[in-house]
Design a protein around this ligand. Structure first.
Ligand SMILES: [Zn+2]
Length: 68
């Protein structure tokens, strides 16, 4: 049986996609909470894989919006 923990998170600062299980720090924000990207860059620029499918092109687009 397939387990249900296949959701992914993506960090648009370091353009990395990984399992939410790797996240161990969350900070509150206006929408609820945002994950810090601990295994990689430590920036609070992590997106949950909710309705949109995360891929590196999407993350790069977000990076441009926020950091350029
Ligand atoms: Zn990161």
């Amino acid at each position: 049986m397939k387990n249900e923990t296949e959701k992914e998170c993506g960090c648009f600062f370091c353009i990395t996609i990984y399992s939410p299980e790797e996240i161990n720090e969350w900070v509150p924000d206006s929408h609820g909470r945002t994950a810090l990207c601990p295994p990689y860059c430590g920036i609070d620029s992590v997106l949950p894989d909710s309705r949109i499918k995360l891929d590196t092109d999407f993350l790069k687009g977000m990076y441009k919006l926020w950091f350029e």
